[in-house]
Design a protein around this ligand. Structure first.
Ligand code: IFM
Length: 460
């Protein structure tokens, strides 16, 4: 154990100092492309990520999601793991091209049946499914028709939401329309780090608006067709800070990143307006009535939060700022992300006050590059420490008045971490990819003990 690490049992006591609301939800999150594999099995159509991964240089080590954690075939084992963790809820995403191989039109019954099995297995294990409709794996066929740049996509998405509501709405009531819309739009159209891999500010603003329109259309469908539905969106919200020299220009760069990262989706969706800096840029793509179509009533705010993000001035950059790493003088995780639980606490308080919605932390966790020790164990003390201090910060936020109702660790399993491939591991459970063996890490045992201890407290 490291010198400064808190022993695990004491860690639970510290993480438990303040009481959380009754019925607080403890869960874990994953997403389809990152874990399912089976990309050409049982009629699944190609997604934009299948194509993007095949281009040399896009993904570290040439990795792809072709096999990933083979969750498509091993979902029952993964549900059993969640049972051992004692989680109440599991947030997963549906792969749009698995149930609609070309994005619209012909339905793939085998794909629908997979999520039936998953949902039924979760319910049988006493775990509530939280279904996210979009975690970035757009059907390639829709991309070929313009993808998020085609305004018709709001209707295509609404039809997809209808299929989901009609098929699963008898067993699922928790739905997220999107996961981190600001990430896939900014990285896809602003930095070319995600598909479709272009740098085009006009396209970025168009895509932002169409994703917002799709969100509004999806909310309406889910609310109308699922009894007792509980609908939200999963936003990533993190303070945006200036890197580089921290000059006035860097400060402006950080403010601009903040607009794209933290404002472009929650503000139109929940406040009915684009942030002032964005309004002019989005305007050419907006039609009368659009903001009413986007700003629909939702039930909760899904917050993904890991660490502050950084920007620096770059006069040559198409968006007027460049992405930056966290400075060397701040505390950082093994993959270089800043560790700052106070920023998490402040974000929770801020989001809760600003949007007046119950907040569920739908992702939080720590990445590392780890291997089992000689005894075959993964003693991930740094992750335990991260989770302990972030959960403690969450309690501080609740004590300060934030309405936080749940917390989901990212992630259940090590998985395909987008451009970083399989090198960055975020799981509570280690995946030995060649054998697909799952090995719960120390953090998994810690989390299970925390959930049990919380349940005991609720009984007191
Ligand atoms: O793996 C991702 C996930 O897909 C979206 N949120 C951040 C995670 C860690 O980078």
């Amino acid at each position: 154990m490291q010198d400064n690490a808190v022993p695990v049992r004491e860690g639970i006591a510290i993480a438990q100092r303040r009481k959380l609301p009754r019925d607080f939800v403890w869960g874990v999150s994953t997403s389809s492309y990152q874990i399912e594999g089976a990309t050409d099995v049982d009629g699944r159509g190609p997604s934009v990520w299948d194509a993007y991964c095949k281009v040399p240089g896009h993904i570290a080590n040439g990795d792809t999601g072709d096999v990933a954690c083979d969750h498509y075939h091993r979902y029952a084992e993964d549900i059993a793991l969640m049972r051992r963790l004692r989680v109440h809820s599991y947030r997963f995403s549906v792969a749009w091209p698995r149930i609609l191989p070309t994005g619209r039109g012909t339905v793939n019954e085998a794909g629908l049946a997979f999520y039936d099995r998953l949902i039924d297995g979760l319910l049988a294990a006493g775990i509530e499914p939280w279904l996210c409709l979009y975690h970035w794996d757009l059907p390639q066929a829709l991309q070929d028709e313009g993808g998020w740049l085609n305004r018709d996509i709001a209707g295509w998405y609404a039809d997809y939401a209808m299929l989901i509501a009609q098929r699963y709405g008898d067993r699922v009531r928790r739905f997220a329309t999107f996961n981190e819309p600001s990430v896939f739009t900014l990285f896809g159209y602003g930095f070319a780090w995600h598909p479709p891999g272009v740098v085009d500010p006009v396209a970025l603003h168009r895509a932002i608006h169409h994703v917002n329109l799709a969100h509004g259309a999806g909310v309406d469908v889910l609310r109308a067709h699922v009894r007792r539905s509980s609908v939200g969106t999963v936003h990533n919200v993190q303070p945006s800070r200036p890197a580089g020299t921290r000059s006035a220009a860097d400060i402006d760069a950080a403010k601009l990143l903040d607009v794209y990262w933290n404002g472009a989706f929650p503000e139109p969706q929940l406040l009915g307006r684009y942030p002032a800096e964005l309004a002019k840029l989005v305007e050419p793509h907006v039609q009368p009535g659009d903001l009413d179509r986007i700003c629909r009533p939702v039930d909760w705010f899904g917050l993904n939060h890991y660490s502050p993000v950084y920007a620096k001035a770059d006069a040559q950059a198409p968006l007027g700022f460049a992405w930056a790493d966290a400075p060397a003088d701040v505390r950082r995780s093994p993959i270089g992300w800043q560790v700052d639980p106070k920023a998490f606490r402040d974000t929770l308080v801020d989001v809760s006050r600003r949007y007046h919605l119950p907040v569920y932390v739908t992702e939080n966790g720590a990445g590392a590059t780890e291997t089992p020790d000689s005894g075959g164990e993964i003693l991930d003390h740094e992750r335990v420490d991260y989770l302990r201090t972030y959960i403690s910060a969450l309690r501080d936020a609740v004590a300060a008045g934030a309405d936080v109702r749940g917390y989901f660790v990212w992630s259940l399993l090590d998985n395909f971490e987008w451009g970083a491939g399989y090198a960055n591991r975020f799981g509570l459970v280690y995946v030995d990819y060649p054998s697909q063996r799952r090995i719960p890490k120390e953090s998994a045992h810690w989390y299970a003990r925390l959930i049990r201890a919380e349940a005991m407290q609720e009984l007191e």
